[in-house]
Design a binder for this molecule. Structure first.
Ligand code: GDP
Ligand code: MG
Length: 427
């Protein structure tokens, strides 16, 4: 891990130490999650060049392909730690799977000598979580053998898991990873069990318990000169609590921009920070969707003064809903939303081309053409100046804003429910 990622991890952890829910997890990672405007400029220039060379022909295809490109970025995670610490369960949790879901990693199996196994992310098979053997297992007498056998250099980021103290071998491994200038994270699992065990005591104080565990881990790491790193206290069973979401955010922070984008859009939103990050990425691509849609605008719809690619827009709005974790209409989760939020989701339920066009039509009167004018140098006045482009652009902006608000409210309900369930159990 390089210095900057170490600092990010250290800072964010210090601020949120002992907090017990996703709600209190601080804003630090939003700031450090990187600015994607550089990416937008790169994309704009690339599209501009294409437009210059090829004109409008095939621009729509080109943009659509670009919109899908995040799925092609590969990321490999090495998940290591002794048998039974919760590697397989963690992999399932970060993939958003329950242990009995199809394709979930098998958990609770005693294995001492085994090979590395890869699990793909369910939303993106380019993202792989490699369940690595713990370095202490008999097949790997020393670090060199281990590094060679599991091919350490193949992975982008490592997670070193323990359910107690980090072993000498864990720490050796972290040092090696650091030498390779790769990032790693120390993760202490099964926090729910620790809290449960302590909760029987009269003087139970969750924050004090967490501080004790964290303090103990840090002491353990300090002895091996890992003074300023963070330890993430997680429960793979209660991902809405403690540091699980913050760990996801910290992982995003250390990835290069493209990988970060890819992983962000593949993750389940366990926290508002991740949700915000998703919205930012989706917002950054609105101009591409609007341009692709406007290119189609050759044949206007009867009764409308503009033409759009309704299928593309419907797909984009559905992507917003699924990315932001909004439930399908009529699902059990949907019925648990407030009527106002249900209405907001329903408003953007576009089942026919004419319905989509009508929704977008409401934005044709928008006078804020100035904002979209900044795309003219790249997309040309033909597209960027068109009524189809600006209407679609503003329509998607508003749609994303409203869905974001709804998703935030929905996330609140969900995390309150998790905390309530937990409190009821502890009581
Ligand atoms: N309470 C609790 N149990 C966990 C957690 N993580 C894993 N487990 C349980 O610990 C056992 C071993 O987990 P597993 O993922 O198979 O460990 P692995 O050998 O490192 O892959 C299983 O029974 C899991 O259900 C956790 O965070 N909290
Ligand atoms: Mg396992």
């Amino acid at each position: 891990m390089d210095d900057s990622s170490g600092k990010t991890m250290g800072n964010s952890s210090a601020k949120t130490m002992g907090n017990s829910s996703g709600k209190c997890m601080g804003n630090s990672s939003v700031k450090t999650m990187g600015d994607s405007s550089g990416r937008t400029m790169d994309d704009l220039e690339e599209v501009g060049k294409y437009f210059e060379q090829h004109g409008i022909a095939n621009l729509e295809e080109f943009l659509k392909e670009k919109l899908e490109r995040w799925k092609d970025v590969e990321i490999k995670f090495g998940i290591t730690g002794d048998s039974g610490v919760g590697k397989s369960t963690f992999i399932n949790a970060i993939r958003g799977l329950k242990v009995d879901d199809e394709g979930a990693a098998v958990t609770g199996v005693k294995e001492t000598t085994r090979k590395a196994t890869a699990y793909s992310h369910p939303k993106n098979d380019k993202i792989k979580f490699w369940d690595l053997p713990g370095i202490g297992t008999p097949n790997y007498p020393d670090l060199d053998t281990y590094s060679k056998k599991v091919s350490l250099e193949r992975y982008d980021t490592f997670l070193i898991l323990t359910a107690g103290r980090f072993t000498h071998n864990d720490l050796q491994l972290a040092k090696r990873v650091k030498e390779m200038k790769k990032s790693f994270f120390f993760v202490r699992t099964k926090i729910d069990q620790d809290v449960d065990n302590e909760s029987d005591k009269n003087a139970f104080n969750e924050e004090a318990t967490l501080n004790d565990i964290r303090g103990d881990c840090l002491k353990n790491l300090k002895r091996s000169s890992f003074g300023d790193v963070a330890v993430f206290l997680v429960s793979n069973r209660k991902t809405a609590k403690w540091d699980f979401a913050r760990l996801q955010e910290a992982i995003l922070d250390v990835l290069p921009l493209r990988q970060k984008q890819s992983l962000t859009l593949s993750l389940t939103s366990h926290s508002k920070n991740i949700l915000k990050e998703k919205v930012k990425l989706l917002r950054d691509q609105i101009w591409m969707v609007a341009a692709a849609s406007a290119v189609v605008g050759a044949v206007p719809f009867p009764g409308f003064s503009f033409a759009i690619d309704a299928i593309l827009l419907t797909k984009e709005v559905n992507l917003y809903k699924s990315q932001l974790g909004l439930p399908e209409e009529n699902s059990y989760e949907f019925r648990r939303m407030t009527p106002e939020n249900q209405d907001k989701v329903h408003k953007f339920c576009m089942t026919s081309a004419i319905q989509t066009t009508s929704l977008v039509a409401a934005y044709t009167a928008s006078s804020a053409v100035e904002e979209t004018a900044r795309y003219i140098p790249f997309l040309g006045s033909l597209i960027a100046g068109s009524i189809s482009f600006s209407s679609t652009y503003y329509f998607l902006h508003d749609c994303l804003n409203e869905l974001e608000e709804t998703a935030m409210a929905f996330l609140d309900i969900k995390s309150t429910r998790v905390v309530d369930d937990y409190v009821n159990k502890v009581d």
